[in-house]
Write a protein that binds this ligand. Structure first.
Ligand code: HGY
Ligand code: MN
Ligand code: MN
Length: 444
């Protein structure tokens, strides 16, 4: 039964939606939509978050740092203003909840991550957080309630920069937190357990962050594409079909330090030369496998000096592929070739796996809801897989997941030149809202 001034739109599922006449798509004169008003200052808020950095020269915000605390303080205020109840969970995720009309219904979980890589862009993580907050704000100012509650998660540590941990907060919620990480130390020799304790958390209670499978109807995340496809398709947004699996390793090459001027080339056990050959091997093996990528992002010669033959070198390997079997085969190939290099150069090479996650597929019903919402909003429906990892991959353990990509300039990310337009940021927030309305059964 619908009230005057309302209309019913059949949702992607049998349940119909009752949308108030102030449908957020209705223009408020000169084409300005409801979302334009709700997210009018989204770029200013993203700039504000980007100012909270460990460095004065660039944006770096790792987990459990004073800057993590500062950004929680800032964002939690925005979450309260949007109408949410706000708390921090036992792994340091900042959480918010906007009640629905049926308190027994599972929540729709939205969100993204608060942490960044080193010398990061402004939008990787924070865009998804603000899109989620604005989705709730858009409902709240219309006094609209879904059947399902909405929860927003601002995850502690997705990038894994400080402790090579990745998905730390989202795995806390998924109940897959790796407690072995607690003894892992950062570059200042502070362990994760110490950092979490200093942050005000009790590491004995980490398990309390875990949510049950039935708690959520789904998890939806807005994120910049971090690739060039949407730009080439001249599209602002799209649905994400899958998230590639990844292996991360820390490799230690141990040779023999020596005098750069006196040790003949044939008698050297040069750890850095061995590591350099490994780096090029990562590149060759990735190139030899379909849709695989391999990266050595960090390398350090211990006590390195110009006139010393490096005795010990530590470097990282990040290896991914669209297909899990291909990734596993490639990593095996890599391991064997590292052994050959070790034998030929009389250098010891040890690989320690720091992360391994298989690929994750978005729930088809969510991809459909996103594409239907794209049609509602006048976008050409489009979808593509993600080569980048996202918290959605961790949450897939306990609920169906889906993602919305937003176009970013030249596909640049993990780089201060990361750039999006205000219109595309708002388009991402608007598509999230429409998808949530389609999934959540809006009631006014
Ligand atoms: O590494 C990734 O794919 C993500 O940015 N953490
Ligand atoms: Mn990200
Ligand atoms: Mn990232």
């Amino acid at each position: 039964m619908t009230e005057k001034n309302t209309f019913v739109r059949m949702a992607s599922d049998p349940a119909s939606l009752i949308i108030s006449s102030e449908d957020e798509n209705a223009t408020m004169g000169d084409g300005v939509t409801h979302q334009d008003n709700v997210s009018a200052d989204i770029m200013d808020r993203l700039d504000r978050m980007a100012e909270i950095s460990e460095s004065k020269k660039h944006l770096t915000r790792r987990c459990f740092t004073p800057q993590h605390r500062q950004v929680i303080t800032l964002v939690s205020g925005w979450m309260r203003d949007a109408g949410m109840k706000v708390w921090e969970d036992a792994t340091g995720n900042l959480m918010g909840r906007y009640e629905g009309t049926d308190d027994k219904a599972p929540a729709i979980l939205l969100g993204s991550h608060l942490d960044s890589v080193v010398k990061a862009g402004k939008y990787d993580g924070p865009l998804g957080i603000l899109a989620a907050i604005d989705c709730v704000k858009a409902l709240n100012i219309r006094n609209a309630r879904l059947k399902n509650p909405i929860e927003v998660a601002c995850f502690t540590d997705e990038e894994g920069v400080r402790f090579q941990s990745t998905y730390l907060g989202s795995r806390g919620i998924a109940g897959t937190f790796d407690f072995n990480l607690l003894n892992r130390a950062d570059k200042d020799d502070i362990t994760l357990a110490e950092a979490m304790t200093d942050f005000g958390l009790d590491t004995d209670r980490i398990g309390e962050a875990a949510r049950q499978k039935g708690d959520f109807l789904c998890y939806l995340e807005v994120h910049i594409e971090q690739g060039p496809v949407l730009e080439s398709e001249d599209l602002a947004v799209c649905a994400v079909t899958a998230i590639a699996g990844a292996d991360r390793m820390t490799v230690t090459a141990t040779g023999k330090a020596g005098h750069a001027g006196t040790v003949p080339m044939g008698a050297r056990q040069d750890a850095l030369a061995a590591a350099a050959e490994c780096v090029l091997t990562v590149e060759e093996v990735a190139a030899a496998h379909p849709y695989a990528v391999g990266t050595v992002g960090q390398i350090e010669a211990e006590h390195g000096a110009t006139n010393v033959i490096p005795g010990k070198v530590v470097f990282s390997v990040d290896f991914r592929a669209a297909d899990d079997a291909v990734r596993r085969e490639a990593v095996n190939d890599l391991t064997k070739r590292f052994e050959d290099i070790a034998n030929r150069r009389n250098v010891d090479i040890v690989l320690e796996q720091s992360h391994s996650a298989d690929g994750v597929t978005s729930a088809p019903w969510i991809v459909d809801a996103i594409e239907d919402a794209m049609t509602d909003l006048g976008h050409r429906p489009f979808k593509l897989p993600s080569g980048a990892g996202h918290d959605a991959a961790a949450l897939a353990e306990i609920t169906d997941v889906g993602m919305i990509f937003v176009r970013c300039k030249d596909g640049i990310s993990h780089n201060p030149d990361e750039s999006i337009t205000r219109e595309d940021a708002i388009a991402g927030a608007e598509l999230l809202l429409r998808t949530v309305e389609r999934i959540g059964g809006l009631e006014t």
